[in-house]
Write a protein that binds this ligand. Structure first.
Ligand code: COA
Length: 297
């Protein structure tokens, strides 16, 4: 799909993306590269990284892959430093690495809970912390007045509650808290903007194939604006907005990109029935003499 942005909006920028080798992370890498950025991607699986880097390069993007697990502080440090060594600076950190599986709360072991917290929440914090000294205003490759930016990929499932996702709900709630707190502290101290994106159901992703309920994937409801699946592109252009100059006054926000789905509950009555009921009730109350309960009419 054609980009709504000019192709040079990230010219001269260097971005590091965890989970950048597949899914939403790869699409963001690709769109960043197609808008001028040099891209470093971090992931656990060498084969995934290699093929992602080859695809990015085939698009003319300056890309490099670094193996690492965000759960390991030494990996986080090593990958951030390798990015600096390779590209000379760092402007944008995207935390897109995540772990997920469906399991009921009673069947989830504490270690299963901890594993997702470690990847999503602690991993995001660790990456941010390791990247800080390079994202600060005045860091190598940046001016003394402008800092870099961080983007955390979150979710909407913790806004209410979700079956079989207690671990991910807790982890993403923590990610949103990191986004706000780092935006406050590092925005104030270092001119670093920290934002998030909360994607809805996005087609053709590991998350969707692992977690997507069939009524969202298959039913005719997906033709309705609220329920249709998003595309990875939708998330990537939101990422471009938040990390480019277009988003220069946006800090500490998590942008929901889900077509409005998180607001939804199953409709309790068909619309026509509500209209009819509402008219009937109003007619009754208008006709009712003062003091006579409508139930008696
Ligand atoms: N149901 C219940 N518990 C599960 C589980 C499942 N489907 N998958 C893993 N766990 C538990 C394990 O039982 C283990 O706990 P235990 O030691 O008490 O038994 C714990 O989680 C760690 O599992 P392990 O397989 O060692 O973790 P891992 O580091 O190899 O894998 C995951 C990490 C679990 C997140 C794995 O699903 C993964 O890497 N997925 C790829 C990324 C992904 O999910 N992306 C989707 C993004 S939406």
């Amino acid at each position: 799909m054609e980009s709504p942005f000019k192709p040079n909006i990230l010219n001269g920028k260097v971005a590091l993306l965890t989970g950048g080798g597949s899914g939403i992370g790869y699409e963001i890498s690709s769109q960043f590269g197609q808008h001028g950025a040099c891209v470093a991607i971090m992931g656990r699986r060498k084969s995934v990284l290699d093929s992602a880097v080859a695809s990015l390069r085939s698009l003319g993007i300056q890309a490099v892959g670094f193996e690492g697990d965000v759960r390991k502080q030494e990996d986080a440090k090593k990958v951030v430093e390798s990015t600096i060594k390779h590209f000379g600076k760092l402007d944008i950190l995207v935390n897109a690495a995540a772990g997920n599986f469906l399991v009921s709360a009673e069947d989830l072991s504490p270690n299963g809970f901890r594993t997702v917290m470690d990847i999503d929440s602690v991993g995001t914090f660790t990456m941010c912390r390791e990247a800080l000294k390079y994202l600060k205003k005045g860091a190598p490759g940046r001016t003394s007045s402008s800092g870099g930016s961080i983007l955390n990929i979150s979710a909407t499932l913790h806004y209410t509650a979700s079956f079989y996702q207690i671990h991910v709900s807790a982890a993403k709630a923590a990610v949103d808290a990191l986004t706000r707190n780092l935006a406050l502290e590092w925005g104030t101290d270092y001119d670093i903007r920290v934002n998030g994106i909360a994607p809805g159901p996005i087609g053709d992703t590991a998350g969707m194939s692992k977690l997507g309920p069939d009524e969202i994937k298959n039913s005719s409801r997906k033709e309705m604006p609220l329920y249709k699946l998003g595309e990875k592109w939708d998330i990537a252009v939101a990422a471009l907005y938040l990390t480019s100059e277009a988003g220069k006054y946006v800090n500490g926000t998590t942008l929901v990109v889900d077509g409005g789905l998180w607001l939804s509950r199953p409709r309790p009555l068909p619309k026509e029935a509500v209209k009819q009921l509402s008219r009937t009730v109003e007619k009754r109350s208008r006709a009712a003499p003062v003091g006579v309960p409508t139930s008696k009419l």
